[in-house]
Design a protein around this ligand. Sequence first.
Ligand code: FES
Length: 142
Amino acid sequence: MALYSDKVMDHFRNPRNVGVISDADGVGEVGNAKCGDIMKIYLKIEDGVIVDVKFETFGCGSAIASSSMATELIKGKPVADALALTNKAVAEALDGLPAYKMHCSVLAEEAIKKALLDYYTKNDIPYDATVFADLDDCCHDD
Ligand code: FES
């Protein structure tokens, strides 16, 4: 069996939603201290719906595929859906990742959460801090 699914290879070779949103409503950047990979997510939000999303990922193929799939999964969806997106759901949508590459999908979940936290903070929207408790440098502007 191939190490990577066809979907992982497709999203790695032809990543969707690559780029920057200059007037983004929320931006989230996270990094993995062990591998040094970095992921940045930009969200455009209107009336509680993610109308556009872009990403920049400096990282491995699984991180690029995870970013691409994660952006596809949240585009056009309510903010609450994006907040509930798990790295497992991203990996499942890619038809799986090797166990030792699951941490790459965690970057996607965390980058989206961080972008949403940025959106809530900038707009003075109350939020449940426990949802963001897992973020490495949670809850403070940096
Ligand atoms: Fe670093 Fe994949 S090896 S995110």
